[in-house]
Design a protein around this ligand. Structure first.
Ligand SMILES: [Zn+2]
Length: 250
């Protein structure tokens, strides 16, 4: 029996002298880990297709313990994500976040599509937009969808003075003091969150939020996601080091 499925490489580590162990998020079977024998040899046909961020068609022999990845065909190499430091940092964050929040072999085709779309957007240089859209949509896919219209506490529709809690949603002015850690959010960020969550992914490129709004959203999403993470992400340190210098295009 073999599995033939589209997948995107989330993580790669070396094994032995010439092998790689790759963690791939697949369309049909969710996240899985497989050995790619000889993948580090110069002329090996798995050399390119087992690099991090590669979107390919993979042939996998299921095994107890570690599966065996035996053939691959590249669909999108995603080479630009590995060649530019800032793109690499954002793509690493996206893949590490997905890895941290998902279990092995728990398939969700919508998560696969979201990952593919986010990496394609990052490749185009829309890094912050790709990261924020990925975050909020991934939370929805994983069952932590933020409530953006009705106060989580009293269920009344929120209007102009809006607070957000990491427990996934908005609070009205009256209820916010009862929920520790809730933060006031601007109406601009509230509108942006709704668009990032509800618009078709391909339409998001028309959004060009101001830098201040982007930063406000980044901080809110950070708290909201960290609330669900069991350990800090390594890629965040790298990203923060990079973004401490004047940012590039986006
Ligand atoms: Zn309320």
């Amino acid at each position: 029996m073999t599995w033939k499925t589209e997948g995107i490489v989330l993580r790669v580590r070396n094994m032995g002298e010439a092998d790689r162990v790759v963690t791939v998020y697949t369309k049909d079977r969710g996240k899985l880990t497989a050995a790619a024998r000889g993948a580090r040899r110069v002329r090996n046909r798995l050399l390119g297709s087992t690099q991090v961020f590669t979107h390919g068609l993979y042939l996998i022999f299921p095994r107890q313990g570690l599966h065996n990845l035996s053939q691959a065909e590249i669909i999108h190499s995603r080479q630009p994500l590995r060649e530019d430091l800032e793109k690499f940092a954002y793509a690493s964050y996206i893949t590490e976040l997905l890895d941290a929040l998902t279990a092995e072999e728990d398939p969700a085709e919508s998560v696969f599509s979201l990952l593919a779309s986010a990496l394609a957007l990052a490749e185009k240089g829309r890094l912050k937009l790709a990261a924020r859209a990925f975050e909020i949509r991934l939370m929805r896919e994983l069952g932590y969808e933020p409530e953006l219209y009705h106060c989580l506490n009293c269920r009344e529709a929120v209007r102009d003075t809006i607070f957000f809690t990491e427990q996934a949603g908005v609070l009205c002015q009256k209820c916010a003091p009862q929920v520790p850690g809730s933060v006031r959010i601007s109406n601009g960020v509230w509108e942006l969150m709704k668009k990032l969550l509800e618009w078709e992914f391909s339409k998001l490129t028309v959004l060009h939020p101001a830098a201040g709004l982007e930063e406000e959203l980044r901080q809110i999403m950070r708290k909201y996601i960290d609330f669900r993470l069991e350990y800090p992400l390594k890629s965040l340190d790298f990203l923060e080091t990079l973004t401490a210098v004047p940012p590039g295009a986006d």
